[in-house]
Design a protein around this ligand. Structure first.
Ligand code: 0WD
Length: 258
């Protein structure tokens, strides 16, 4: 299906083939989007270049969202390839690992709180701010959230607060950018084993629990998330903005399992 033909979409957050952003790139390329990619630092450069080539792209740019200058420089470089484009996927989250282990009140620190919110929430609007005048009418911005934004989940701790902030960010950005024809949405994905997820204590246990408690009786994959992301960034979703779509097999609607 070609429902993203002639759409130019920038993908952030590919750290490996297991990354959710990799599944999103795959689904978007299948729908014929033209893609560009960012990498956080030189450690990821050649890997992301290799993946980009798989998706018929040679646009691979450095962007560390911790620095406004890095974001601005990246979009300036992107402009050489794409003076205008149709949206980006923000698939980035970070918190120091020690924040993801144990009693929230004991482990949270001012620094942990700041970093989690800065990298995992502020960076979404920081990117939008920087590229606003390059976005086409009908552009679509997308980020990745998690149920920990809505519920207290053991060990997810301050990252849950950062995701709650990110989801509010989606709504405020959608309201601010809607008059320019730009839609902003989030996907709340079920747990998937990726590099970021491996930092959460007892993640395996969480996956095993989800397998039996999820209505569809399996955990979701990066392909599941990718397909929903491709839909949200296409004109098929032209009436959807400010929404957080759960792609979790229905886990969020359950309370007790058999
Ligand atoms: O179960 C999961 N895996 C879920 C993930 C469930 C629901 C949501 N998510 C979210 C994450 O919180 C994140 O926002 O999806 C997003 C993508 O996460 P992922 O695909 O699970 O993780 P991963 O493959 O590790 O990619 C995240 C990447 C980083 O990887 P590492 O492993 O090095 O932290 O985010 C990037 C980095 O490449 N990243 C940054 N990029 C630019 N600037 C920065 C930064 N400062 N920090 C992290």
């Amino acid at each position: 299906m070609n429902f993203l033909a002639n759409k130019r979409i920038l993908i952030t957050g590919i750290a490996s083939k297991l990354s959710i952003a990799y599944g999103i790139a795959q689904a978007m390329r299948n729908a014929k989007a033209d893609l560009a990619f960012t990498y956080q630092n030189n450690k990821f450069k050649s890997r992301v270049e290799e993946y980009a080539a798989q998706f018929d792209s040679s646009i691979v740019l450095l962007c560390d969202v911790a620095e406004d200058k890095s974001i601005d420089t990246m979009f300036k470089k992107l402009k050489d390839y794409w003076p205008k484009f149709d949206g980006f996927v923000h698939s980035i989250g970070f918190v120091p690992k020690e924040q993801l282990d144990g009693d929230y009140v004991n482990v949270v620190t001012r620094d942990g709180f700041k970093i989690a919110h800065d990298i995992s929430s502020y960076s979404f609007v920081a990117m939008a701010k920087s590229c606003r005048n390059m976005l086409n009418q009908d552009a679509s911005l997308l980020t990745l959230s998690y149920l920990g934004a809505e519920r207290a989940i053991h060990n997810y701790n301050v990252m849950g607060l950062a995701k709650a902030s990110l989801e509010a960010n989606v709504r405020y950005m959608a309201n601010a950018m809607g008059p320019n024809g730009i839609r902003v949405n989030g996907i709340s994905a079920g747990p998937i084993r990726t590099l970021a997820a491996s930092g959460i204590k007892n993640f395996r246990k969480m996956l095993a629990y989800c397998q039996v408690a999820t209505p569809i009786r399996r955990t979701v994959t990066i392909e599941d998330v990718g397909k929903a992301a491709a839909f949200l960034c296409s004109s098929l979703a032209s009436g959807i903005s400010g929404e957080i779509l759960h792609v979790d097999g229905g886990f969020n609607i359950t309370v007790m399992h058999e």
